[in-house]
Design a protein around this ligand. Structure first.
Ligand SMILES: O=C(CO)[C@H](O)[C@H](O)COP(=O)(O)O
Length: 228
């Protein structure tokens, strides 16, 4: 079974957690693409009244195109449930996100949400975070200074570039600096360090956030409860 089939399986299962009347946070990425399709099918078949808050223009456009009502994050007083993908999840349910350069908006939506579910294929489950380069979003002013500072700390920063070699920019017009840190033994300490760096708008460590993980495996879906 290929990776996309496993992503779709997890997305379809997670769409079952959506309830009538909910305000839903919708993440970004290829797994979320399947999720939005699955939610739209339920909205149509069951006449669900839900509204979505998106984390990227990609998701926003897809959801609107499929008939899901979308509202801005500043137009809601709460979000009931956010469903998003992830790049890595460790055994303590800590995660790395930002492979799609949307981690700042994703974290904002996740932190506004009463519950968070991540949907992944089984390859995203790891013992220790860090094989996936850790994304950070850096403001353009002084970005080279930020890179030097992180390099001096041994964090092996690398600017993310597109196929044409241009710097990738985020929704906010900032750059993405991926950190090749290797195994992250103490994610909270690293998050604390990155939080304190002027010039870094946000990083992709999502700690103590997720409540449930839905995993697509060749033997079916698994729902893992994070105990928070
Ligand atoms: O964090 C993200 C985007 O910023 C995505 O959720 C993450 O990269 C997973 O993507 P995919 O579902 O395509 O594997």
């Amino acid at each position: 079974m290929d990776q996309n089939a496993l992503k779709k399986m997890a997305a379809d299962r997670a769409a079952e957690f959506v309830e009538d009347g909910m305000t839903l946070g919708l993440g970004t990425g290829s797994t979320v693409h399947y999720l939005v399709e699955a939610i739209a099918r339920r909205v149509q078949a069951e006449h669900l009244h839900i509204q979505g808050v998106s984390t990227s223009s990609r998701t926003e456009d897809q959801a609107r195109g499929l008939g899901i009502t979308m509202v801005g994050i500043d137009d809601v007083d709460h979000i009931d449930l956010t469903i998003d993908g992830a790049d890595e999840i460790d055994q303590h349910f800590q995660g790395i996100k930002g492979g799609g350069a949307a981690h700042t908006l994703e974290k904002m939506v996740a932190l506004t949400s009463a519950q968070n579910i991540w949907i992944v294929d089984q390859s995203k489950l790891v013992d220790t975070l860090g094989a996936f380069p850790l994304p950070t979003e850096v403001i353009p002013f002084g970005h080279t200074q930020v890179e030097r500072r992180l390099a001096a700390e041994g964090l092996n920063p690398e600017w993310r570039r597109d196929d044409q070699g241009q710097l990738v920019t985020t929704h906010n017009g900032n750059y993405v600096l991926d950190l090749h840190v290797g195994k992250i033994a103490h994610p909270h300490l690293l998050a604390q360090f990155l939080d304190a760096q002027t010039g870094i708008l946000e990083h992709g460590l999502f700690l103590d956030i997720v409540n449930k993980v839905v995993v697509g495996t060749p033997d079916g879906t698994q729902v893992l409860n994070a105990g928070r």
